[in-house]
Design a protein around this ligand. Structure first.
Ligand SMILES: Cc1ncc(COP(=O)(O)O)c(C=O)c1O
Length: 433
């Protein structure tokens, strides 16, 4: 077969079929899940597949497209920027979109954040936060090698980020290479009385460099939520021992908890913040690790080696910065703030309706994030997740259950009608479990 024939042949095949030849997808065991759904278009809260079927994007495409897919305002800004400067090295050069983004973002970040370090995704944002914490102490001549993290946290899939994430069954091949990490449970009204004395005791060793945490909501742990007051007490204690606190707001950032950042609910402000996902509104990949002047000053020196020698080729990409700037404008607009309040209220009403259902073990909400645990026995490798997923997709709603938890994290612009449809398919899913 000549090349032309191959390409003509490939035109006849579906995306889903062509995909299987060369592509290797994330978080996928291809032998068990060989087929990917071909998506050809997205607008607002909707995704369209190659057969013309539409789906409500109930998880804002992994918490990114919060202002709606292919948002006209963001697209126009990025298109305009594209005509002038697409990409330039960010080491030795700077540009207007990055400078403006730094000015605008610092205005709304939790207080104390002064410096922004760019990278490409949530994992690298955490990785850099961890490196900042380790090098902060190293530069000051006090080598601290241990990181502290929450049990069941998730911070990404690069080595440092994997190390500080709660041990997953999938991390087996890499665990021997992890950095040293100790874990504490997330605070509750009851266990905080045990956590604090345990920590006080542990801190006598003086070898913990930093504490990384997902504030208020642990996304990958099935939207597990914890107590702001308990977290505040932990942060205060750690700060008094000069342990750098790293808020991983990759999932929670940019309005999802009802405030701009989850850290806004907690009086103790972090030393370092990791941002990605909704930072660029789902248009382009980018991440930022921000920090206080105190952290930055530990790197500011006549000695070159005290600098943070970390860098990615696409650092501070002008187009991604432009998308982020447009996203910030939208986040602070009355329209989006009203939408956030509307979605929060709608979830509260749904909760009243569903929480006492016999198949529901518990529900929780933080901002526009709503989660519901099913009152069903979970077999470790059972097919509950696949069964639910199929039910949702068959009914035109994209939700990704985590274990026996169903959660909603839809774009802020999701309509009331669309939300009702999401609730209806969740209700009907209770009949099949
Ligand atoms: C809290 C948190 N941190 C880090 C990450 C990793 O982000 P990425 O997938 O962009 O590497 C995620 C991804 O879901 C996350 O939820």
């Amino acid at each position: 077969m000549d090349k032309m024939a191959v390409s003509n042949n490939s035109v006849a095949k579906s995306l889903s079929e062509r995909d299987q030849k060369h592509l290797w997808h994330p978080l996928t065991q291809h032998k068990l899940h060989p087929e990917m759904l071909g998506i050809v278009k997205a607008k607002g809260a909707l995704l369209y597949d190659e057969n013309g079927k539409e789906y409500i994007d109930g998880i804002a495409s992994w918490y990114t497209s919060v202002y709606g897919h292919c948002n006209d305002y963001i697209l126009a800004k990025v298109y305009d920027q594209m005509q002038r400067l697409d990409q330039v090295v960010f080491s030795g050069f700077t540009h207007e979109p990055a400078v403006r983004l730094s000015e605008e973002l610092v205005k709304i970040l939790p207080s104390g954040q002064e410096k922004l370090f760019f990278s490409d995704n949530g994992s690298t944002a955490s990785e850099i936060g961890i490196k900042m914490a380790l090098q902060y102490h190293f530069n000051r001549g006090t080598k601290r090698k241990v990181m502290l993290a929450f049990e069941e946290g998730f911070h990404g899939d690069t080595f440092g980020a994997m190390s500080v994430s709660g041990l997953s069954v999938y991390n087996g091949p890499f665990e021997d290479f992890f950095i040293e990490v100790e874990r504490i449970p997330v605070p509750t009204k009851n266990n905080i009385r045990d956590i604090l004395p345990h920590l006080e005791n542990r801190l006598k060793h003086n070898n913990i460099a930093g504490f990384i945490y997902e504030p208020l909501v642990q996304g990958a742990a099935a939207m597990k939520m914890h107590d702001a007051d308990g977290l505040d007490q932990i942060l205060r204690l750690l700060k008094s021992h000069d342990i750098l606190t790293i808020a991983d707001e990759v999932m929670t950032g940019f309005g999802k908890t009802g405030k701009h950042f989850a850290s806004d609910y907690i009086p103790s402000k972090p030393d370092i913040i990791c941002l990605s996902k909704a930072l660029t509104a789902g248009l382009l990949p980018m991440a930022i690790t921000s920090c206080t002047q105190k952290v930055y000053n530990a790197f500011y020196s006549d000695e070159i080696a005290k600098g943070l020698f970390h860098g990615h080729t696409y650092t501070g990409n002008p187009l991604a910065c432009t998308a982020a700037l447009a996203g910030l404008e939208l986040l602070q607009s009355e329209e989006i703030q009203d939408n956030i309040k509307r979605v929060m209220k709608s979830h509260q009403q749904f909760d009243v309706e569903i929480k006492d259902h016999p198949k529901v073990a518990g529900t929780r909400q933080c901002g526009i994030i709503y989660a519901l645990d099913l009152n069903v026995k979970m077999e470790r490798y059972g097919n509950l997740r696949d069964k639910l997923f199929k039910h949702f997709m068959d009914n035109g709603v994209f939700l990704r259950p985590l274990g026996n938890t169903i959660y909603i994290l839809a774009p802020y612009v999701v309509s009331d009608v669309q939300l009702q449809k999401v609730y209806e398919v969740i209700k009907s899913s209770l009949e099949i479990v």
